[in-house]
Design a protein around this ligand. Sequence first.
Ligand SMILES: *[C@@H]1O[C@H](CO)[C@@H](O)[C@H](O)[C@H]1NC(C)=O
Ligand SMILES: *[C@@H]1O[C@H](CO)[C@@H](O)[C@H](O)[C@H]1NC(C)=O
Ligand SMILES: *[C@@H]1O[C@H](CO)[C@@H](O)[C@H](O)[C@H]1NC(C)=O
Length: 438
Amino acid sequence: MRGLLPWSVGGVVAVLVAALVWKEPECVEDAGVAPRPRPPVDVVTEIWGKAAIGHFLWEHVLNASLEEREDGLWTFGARGFGRDLLKFRSGPKVIPGHVPVHAVERLVLVLNGRTEEKREAARRWLSFLESLPNLKRTGAVVLGNESCENSWLAPHLRSNGGRLDFVFLVYDSRMVDGESVFQWPLGVATYRGFPKRCISSGEQLERRRKFFANFIGTVYENSSREVLVEVASESPEDVFLHIRENWEPEESEETLTLYVKTLQSSHLTLCPSGTNPESYRIYEALSCGSIPVVEDPRPGGDCDDSPLRLLKAHGAPVVWIRDWRRLPDLFGRERLKSEERRREDRRRVYSWYRGFLSRMKACLSGFWSLRAGQHWGMPAWPEARKGIEEGVLLGHGGGQVGSASARVVVQPVALIGPGPDLGFRLLDQAEAPPNASH
Ligand SMILES: *[C@@H]1O[C@H](CO)[C@@H](O)[C@H](O)[C@H]1NC(C)=O
Ligand SMILES: *[C@@H]1O[C@H](CO)[C@@H](O)[C@H](O)[C@H]1NC(C)=O
Ligand SMILES: *[C@@H]1O[C@H](CO)[C@@H](O)[C@H](O)[C@H]1NC(C)=O
């Protein structure tokens, strides 16, 4: 099992992560190990979505459904994972006074930290935690600032005396340490109504695409997008360009349909950088099986020196481009590929994305799968980056267990390259000895 190779193997970086001793093995899904019956629910985790990215988390990453309550004033969903039950609430009526208080022991807040105005609301939710008497574990999934200015969060971390045991943060923030702050993907723009499933059948993925490439978007003055449009305009008409000068947050039914249909009908989708290079468009294209051509710009703001490192760490099979003036070369190369080869590339992008979502689910599930006395963690970025540079598979797992018969949790959250859907699983120490080579 390639993906379960966490220990030091040749050039593979070993990351000791979750080490725990289990009396009773449970939830074993590993091939060759008989699955056990699911135990009854014993832990409830509440997720309160106070930022639009909550819907990406719930519907896309956790593949769970939602129903409207009180004429859409709020939405609710519940889903079990093994012994864990997750409950999701979002919408304007999810406010103090309308959320459970005494019953909440584990809580994940989904917050928006993009601007000062949004942070005000986020801070109010963090102070509200004081009124939850039985809270044992708290985390947050946070839409970070596009320039990675997130210092407001620091005092709220448990390590600094705050209430948050962990934070999953969007964008390449330097606060991500792999210990209590982890990176989270921006995802698709659910707030603009981007659909849960862009591809609804195998046939849709396989069919020949009408457009070779597309870009639908806003072009800001003096941005790299101007270059993109200038260069792309000289391409044949199978390159679909639809440009607007002002950004419209509210998608009309019509523009959304045009956008989604175009992604479904394009072999490539051009993804220029905005204030931050990580855009919804990248994830939207991936979910539609259209290969993103992603601008890999020089780093800016307070962001990390390696832009888009989450996608890179997970080996996203996208096309990276530094300068849009190289686009004609890229198009030339791509056009030489046979239709069969292009189809294969699209399939690869699509299945990588499905695997990526399930790895993100595995990351997050570390939070609610924990029982008393257990620990978990993820590799720190320096290690992940070393793995990227060396081009090796970066495994991720447990070590240091109490006795020979102990079991170890392995979380495959930092696999390089497309990996199988591993989920969250346990394996015997004997199954993966520290010096196993592959
Ligand atoms: C998501 O859930 C639906 C059922 O609600 C299921 O049919 C589908 O296969 C699931 N998708 C994934 C990727 O697990
Ligand atoms: C956050 O990002 C925006 C750019 O999108 C910037 O204008 C703003 O000042 C940043 N910083 C903070 C602390 O909000
Ligand atoms: C764009 O660049 C030009 C020339 O450098 C400059 O005069 C203009 O003010 C810039 N516009 C914006 C919006 O920054």
